[in-house]
Design a protein around this ligand. Structure first.
Ligand code: SF4
Ligand code: SF4
Length: 344
């Protein structure tokens, strides 16, 4: 097995180079103050220690993906290769800093440059835990991450070397890779059929083009047909596939029949129906009144269940989320969920 870290020689932290534009310097300052670490020579990637990584190191809790997919929360590297770039600016996005599309001829880092630096940064960020109430055995293992969650910020399909990035994680470093995309880039999703992650998530934000325009403030023209194209490609993936509906009242929380048709077309292994939570940057755009109640989310999921062959499997009230699964998945809630499911 190859070592997780390709180049073990530590790099000194350099001052921001002259080429870094003012807008990027400003955003780097904001995210670093929020606990992110910018990685890679061209400063477009970032890592952040996840809440559940810290909790697992302390032996207190794990995220639901731990129960569901067998990943270890304490050995998870939460990472994005596109900290500042997204094809959307969703009203409900808690991370949103005003995403833009990548400028033409942007100097992208290679997968090795990002991953080596990201693993180094994760180790540095974890160092402070040695003196805390951490489980020392878990701490030692956390220093060798085994799982990469490509979901921290932005739209990963905008990183042109995403297929090589995923192969590097899985084949070269013997880690697992969990990819979350907004589906607006089917050309990249198509490429990924030959470079599959361990888990592929496509987030769906509306049942029609008009709703996407209103809810997602897209940076690209008419993303809805593109999202549908990406969903139609899901059946070509042998890896785990999940469709997530993020529901926001007065925007996309409507027409369950139309969402049912999307499920039937995409045929993912699982569907998550999740209510908007009024946290982070989204509070500047929305209010608690935009949050569906958990009962409303359940009722919505029950209509999806009635209209498809998917079955409700579990729910978590304080996260306002319900999980449905395709009948052939055949998992029991006990196998899949902890009490703290869906909070990650
Ligand atoms: S697509 Fe994802 S990262 Fe981009 S603005 Fe929407 S929720 Fe945020
Ligand atoms: S919630 Fe996501 S980022 Fe956090 S430990 Fe679980 S998989 Fe990793």
């Amino acid at each position: 097995m190859l070592p997780v870290l390709n180049n073990p020689v530590a790099q000194a932290k350099e001052p921001l180079s002259d080429w870094v534009p003012a807008w990027m310097k400003r955003k780097i300052g904001i995210v670093e103050r929020a606990g992110y670490r910018i990685v890679g020579p061209h400063k477009h990637s970032a890592v952040k220690i996840c809440h559940y990584t810290k909790q697992d190191i302390r032996g207190k809790d794990v995220c639901y993906k731990c129960k569901f997919y067998g990943i270890s929360s304490s050995r998870c590297l939460q990472l994005t290769p596109v900290e500042f770039f997204c094809s959307m600016n969703c009203k409900f996005c808690w991370r949103n800093l005003g995403y833009i599309m990548p400028p033409e001829n942007f100097p992208w880092d290679s997968p090795d440059e990002i991953l080596d630096d990201a693993i180094r940064a994760q180790r540095e960020l974890l160092m402070g835990f040695w003196g805390s109430d951490a489980d020392k055995e878990k701490m030692a293992k956390a220093m060798e991450p085994k799982h990469v969650a490509i979901s921290l910020s932005g739209e990963p399909c905008l990183y042109p070397y995403l297929p090589e990035f995923i192969d590097n994680i899985i084949k070269k470093r013997d880690m697992t890779a969990y990819l979350v995309t907004n589906g607006a880039h089917p050309e990249m999703v198509k490429k990924l059929i030959g470079h599959q992650p361990t888990n592929l998530y496509i987030s769906v934000y509306g049942p029609d083009a008009e709703t996407y325009q209103k809810t997602c403030m897209p940076n690209v023209p008419n993303p809805f047909p593109k999202v549908m194209e990406s969903l139609s490609l899901m059946k070509h993936f042998a890896c785990r596939t999940v469709v997530r509906f993020t529901m926001t009242k007065d925007f996309n929380f409507k027409e369950p029949e139309a969402y049912s048709k999307i499920i039937s077309m995409a045929q993912p292994q699982c569907v998550e129906v999740k209510g908007y939570m009024n946290v982070g940057g989204a509070r500047a755009r929305l209010t608690a009144g935009n949050m569906p109640t958990h009962d409303e989310i359940i009722k919505f999921a029950e209509i999806l269940e009635k209209n498809t062959d998917y079955r409700i499997m579990n729910q978590k009230a304080n996260s306002r989320v319900v999980l449905l699964q395709r009948p052939d998945m055949n998992l029991t809630p006990e196998e899949v969920m902890s009490d703290d499911a869906f909070t990650g």
